[in-house]
Design a protein around this ligand. Structure first.
Ligand SMILES: *Cc1c(COP(=O)(O)O)cnc(C)c1O
Length: 318
């Protein structure tokens, strides 16, 4: 297996310079007092298109050969990856097709169209999106850029942790949300090089702890689609490349409940004036619930995204 390395993260950082935002790292005395740790929050909720996904998407499109870019790219995702990829493609004048479920939220469809993406709808109960994407990519000569199981996507996602550690110095613990594992595995590559003694911990929704099960058993475990408000992390299984990286580097996995996510979302809004989507709250939620012991430690937490629609936000805050 051809796994990405830290050199790929460095190449991604060079491609993203001046294109992705170098997002701020913020601190909170209240959060430090509550946890007995020194916490650093990397604000990818303020990234372009509202999530770290822009890093991996842009890096993957930029890494294509010019003739591949001319033919166009394709992906399947109804979430932040679709918007990020559509934005990346509009910046590079590349056509993008997104395979989306017929019942995807209108706001997500609109956002993807707004960035110039073509959408192919499918029925999520009777059709398989990966099959449809493979077929389209073969027939139209489009390059498939999946949301996490791709070396340039993983390398791009690792640039957020790279920036954070370069800015604040070595960390004792680095925490990120975990869905398919692109963010966590890219972050692991950055941390292993820049802060070799740092524990790297992924946090997945309690309702779907497939990654924790997979690391325990040593094989990728697939579960039924979990129900959680962390809609960016309700994957049924981790990717093959992320899994190999997480295993090789002893990356740890813990979980957080939806109730903890809502409490954390409110903390960000009320105390830190930050809008963080439920999935982006996974890291701090696991710290506040005590799933990871951070007392006296320097802890980096990636706030992975801020895309929550206002009606849902109002409900969580009520
Ligand atoms: C996609 C996403 C995640 C999970 O990232 P993976 O690379 O799939 O593990 C976490 N948070 C947000 C906001 C996301 O959009």
């Amino acid at each position: 297996m051809d796994l990405p390395t830290y050199a790929d993260v460095e190449r991604a950082a060079a491609r993203l310079r001046g294109v992705a935002h170098r997002t701020p790292v913020v601190t909170s005395r209240t959060a430090d007092e509550r946890t007995g740790a020194t916490l650093f929050f990397k604000c990818e909720n303020l990234q372009r298109a509202g999530a770290f996904k822009f890093r991996g998407a842009y890096n993957a499109v930029a890494a294509l050969a010019p003739e591949q870019r001319k033919r166009g790219v394709l992906s399947y995702s109804s979430g932040n990856h679709a918007q990020a990829l559509a934005l990346a493609c509009s910046l590079m004048e590349t056509r993008v097709t997104i395979v989306m479920p017929k019942d995807a939220p209108a706001t997500k469809v609109e956002a993807t169209r707004g960035y110039g993406g073509d959408i192919v709808f499918y029925d999520r109960y009777t059709e398989d999106r990966e099959e449809i994407a493979k077929d389209l990519s073969a027939r139209r000569g489009l390059s498939l850029i999946p949301p996490f199981d791709h070396r340039d996507v993983i390398a791009g996602q690792g640039t957020a942790a790279k920036e954070m550690i370069e800015e604040v110095g070595a960390l004792d613990v680095l925490m990120t949300p975990l869905g398919g594992g692109g963010l966590l595995s890219g972050s692991t590559l950055a941390a292993r090089r820049l802060a070799p003694d740092c524990r790297v911990v992924g946090v997945e929704p309690e309702a779907g702890d497939d990654a924790r099960q997979s690391l325990r058993r040593g094989v990728i475990v697939t579960i039924a689609p979990p129900r959680s408000i962390a809609d960016g992390a309700i994957t049924t299984h981790v990717g093959t490349l992320p899994f190999a990286i997480l295993r090789a580097h002893q990356t740890e996995v813990v979980t957080a409940s939806d109730a903890d996510l809502i409490g954390t979302l409110r903390f960000f809004a009320e105390r830190m004036k930050l809008v963080v989507e439920p999935t982006g709250c996974l890291g701090l939620a696991a710290v506040l619930s005590g799933a990871v012991d951070v007392r006296g430690k320097r802890v980096g937490i990636v706030l992975s995204g801020g895309n929550v629609d206002v009606a849902a936000l109002a409900k969580f805050l009520a």
